[in-house]
Design a protein around this ligand. Structure first.
Ligand code: SAH
Ligand code: SF4
Ligand code: F3S
Length: 537
């Protein structure tokens, strides 16, 4: 079969999608496909999509329009929609967007090469030959279908050769849990990613070892609620005795002691194992944490393992108990604050990040004020703030009218952003004067980086949990633009640091060599989302 095709793959959404795209890329490469960054040069165009908010979907729809125009102009292009939107929209998407040739949900990505082949070999391939969707209902009822999970093979057969230069090959994601069982009322993820399934700890540890052997120094464990990772041994093994992925227990399991005689790997134990069994790994991180049932056992392991990053991303979503209940989050404002209290007392250096939704249906001004006071009470280094977006297929869209006007959502969003900026500034300022290890991700010319925006001497884009780019700006008062080199990187607590290299002996080549290494930096000044530093030589 001729696989001399050139593929363009663009990714939207969260880190799960980034990892999925990496695995898809590795899989297609191993079959002879080549990749391009220029979509006009590709004969297979793939979009790995996100459904979490309407805005995320709109971006993908506009891309479909662009490819549609190429096709109308007579070009032979195969267009595939992968990921959460494919799963959410389902075959309806084929009707509305006839230019789409194939659909592949996030739980079926191992079947992607077959789908592409089907489209290529049989013009007008039958619908079932170009659509691979899990259909959340069937997967949820088939509790142990996870054991026959072919997707696991995709993670296991991951290509370990570093494909991209720079910091990319130094940092990697490893999935520990797929899917989600929480059913927060606003959220599409349980529908698009299916039931929560935990990977066997041996597979995870093995994958970490192989990544580190290939040069990775930072691993981020991924799950929608990582602290609810739990693997019961001896329940799911294949014919050769290898443990298989298994469906997660209900929430009650986290509040009861582990039954006598049951051998369980908890999240705390998993962290400890990776830390101990992969000693060359410099940084072990994890996202996202669920504010409920984050046990002291996890905090104790973090405190005892210096290479586990003291960083917790635990979205509060709201500060109002009534709204938290309507969201089905399963904790109260008081429980959230108690959790943060435990974090800061056991790990005083730990940085805390979160997400907030403003304008959830029926949210009053007074309830929004409770969110404001929560944000003020917690030392959040940053919070991603989202305006509620009603999503088809969720409980919230059926149960509540989207009754907070757009203008009010915008106002609350901006107010909260201002308050978060104050809180972030305070947190960043508290670090000034300290010396910290920084994993360098890129070298920039500062001054030269000051673009059209007159307010910013330096603006840079860094990935955030949903890989939306955030703009970081030096305020004019805080840094004067000068031409010169800066190394940009992150502390173990995910604080972004810009290290001035002007007055050092590091030349341009030496600066490039810092990318992907950890350097010691003395923090000298703070902006709300950025620390300035000098290299400790
Ligand atoms: N599993 C993670 C979050 C995954 S989705 C957790 O529970 O913390 C990432 C973020 O998108 C959420 O934390 C939430 O703040 C936001 N989000 C999800 N659905 C949304 C919706 N319908 N409207 C607005 N924001 C939403
Ligand atoms: Fe969505 Fe809630 Fe699951 Fe997070 S925990 S992915 S917000 S359902
Ligand atoms: Fe989006 Fe799916 Fe991730 S909806 S946030 S890509 S799990």
């Amino acid at each position: 079969m001729n696989h001399s095709s050139t593929v363009y793959l663009e990714t939207f959404g969260c880190q799960m999608n980034e990892l999925d795209s990496e695995l898809v890329r590795g899989h297609l490469r191993s079959l002879g496909y080549r990749f391009t960054d220029d979509f006009t040069k590709a004969d297979v165009v793939l979009y790995n999509t996100c459904s979490v908010r309407e805005q995320a979907e709109n971006k993908a729809y506009s891309r479909l329009g662009l490819v549609g125009m190429r096709k109308k102009a007579g070009e032979q292009v195969i267009l595939g929609v992968l990921g959460c939107m494919a799963e959410r929209d389902g075959i309806d998407m084929l009707r509305r967007f006839p230019q789409v040739d194939l659909l592949c949900g996030p739980g079926e990505l191992d079947r992607l090469p077959a789908l592409i082949d089907n489209v290529r070999r049989t013009e007008g391939a039958a619908r079932e030959e170009r659509v691979a969707l899990a259909g959340s209902k069937s997967r949820r009822s088939a509790t142990l279908a996870a054991a026959e999970d072919h997707l696991e093979l995709l993670d296991l057969s991951r290509a370990f050769e570093p494909t991209d230069g720079g910091a990319d090959r130094r940092s990697a994601y490893v999935r520990i849990t797929r899917g989600c069982n929480k059913f927060c009322t606003y959220c599409v993820v349980p529908n698009t990613r299916g039931a929560e399934v935990h990977r066997p700890p041996d597979s995870i540890v093995d994958e970490c070892k192989r990544l580190v052997a290939a040069g990775v120094i930072e691993i981020t464990l991924l799950g929608q609620t990582v602290n609810h990772y739990r693997y019961s041994h001896g329940l799911a093994v294949d014919s050769e005795g290898r443990e298989q992925p298994q469906v997660g227990p209900g929430l009650a399991a986290f509040r009861a002691p582990i039954p006598d005689g049951q051998r369980v790997t908890t999240f705390a134990r998993l962290l400890q194992r990776i830390h101990d069994e992969v000693p060359a790994l410099q940084r072990l991180r994890f996202v996202t944490s669920y504010p409920r049932d984050f046990g002291d056992d996890i905090l104790d392991v973090m405190a005892g393992c210096p290479r586990i990053c003291r960083y917790i991303h635990a979205p509060a979503q709201s500060g109002s108990n009534r709204i938290l209940k309507a969201m089905n989050r399963g904790y109260t404002r008081e429980e959230y604050l108690e959790f943060i209290e435990r974090v800061t007392s056991k790990l005083p250096d730990c940085t805390i990040a979160g997400d907030i939704i403003v304008g959830f249906p029926t949210e009053t001004d007074a309830e929004f004020e409770e969110t404001v006071s929560l944000v003020r009470a917690v030392p959040f280094k940053n919070n991603f703030i989202f305006k509620y977006s009603p999503r088809p297929g969720t409980v919230a869209i059926d149960r509540f009218e989207d009754d907070v006007p757009t203008e009010v959502k915008k106002l609350r969003n901006n107010l909260l952003l201002d308050i978060q900026t104050e809180v972030s500034r305070r947190v960043h300022e508290s670090w000034v004067g300290r010396s910290v290890p920084v994993l360098v991700e890129e070298i920039r010319e500062h001054g030269a980086a000051a673009p059209a925006d007159p307010d910013s001497a330096l603006s840079l884009a860094m990935a955030h949990p949903e890989s939306k780019k955030i703009e970081l700006r030096w305020n004019r008062r805080q840094a004067t633009p000068r031409a010169g080199l800066q190394a940009i990187g992150r502390t173990p607590g995910d604080l972004i640091v810009a290290i001035n290299l002007d007055h050092t002996t590091v030349g341009a080549e030496g600066a490039q060599a810092l990318v992907g290494t950890v350097v010691e930096a003395q923090l000298t000044a703070a902006a709300p989302l950025l620390l300035q530093a000098q290299l400790v030589q």
